[in-house]
Design a protein around this ligand. Structure first.
Ligand SMILES: [Zn+2]
Length: 127
């Protein structure tokens, strides 16, 4: 099987095992599975910590703020429209992206052999 780091990141983003692309990577919304149900790859040491929320906030902000400013300049909507449109958009986008971004971070960590603090670094995918 030919594989590179971008495959592992994409498989993680699609919430699949970065090793085989078949088994689920997360359960209960944000919990990383201990082992892939399909190939048995060990994910028990994977810790994404604060990276997924950070990248989610960064991405959602870069999507919502320009859209909000553009709408403000073009239509000048009243304040209540901003609350009704943008607050749910921020919440929905954040909830949809957070697990996928966590999957992508775990996929990259797995590909680079980053298996938790103090663990030996041994890349799953050679550079
Ligand atoms: Zn797998």
């Amino acid at each position: 099987m030919s594989q590179n780091k971008s495959d592992a990141v994409w498989r993680g983003f699609m919430l699949k095992c970065p090793a085989c692309g078949e088994g689920a990577l997360l359960h209960h919304y944000l919990k990383v599975v201990d082992h892939c149900a399909h190939c048995g790859e060990d994910f028990s040491h994977q810790q994404a910590d604060d990276a997924p929320p950070y990248f989610t906030i960064l991405l959602v902000g870069h999507i919502i703020v320009p859209a909000m400013l553009t709408a403000e300049v073009i239509w000048h909507p009243p304040m209540w429209v901003d609350f009704v449109v943008w607050l749910p958009a921020i919440a929905i986008l954040s909830l949809l992206l957070l697990p996928r971004i966590k999957g992508a971070v775990v996929g990259l960590q797995w590909a680079m052999g980053m298996h938790g603090l103090g663990a030996e670094t041994k890349p799953a995918i050679k550079p």
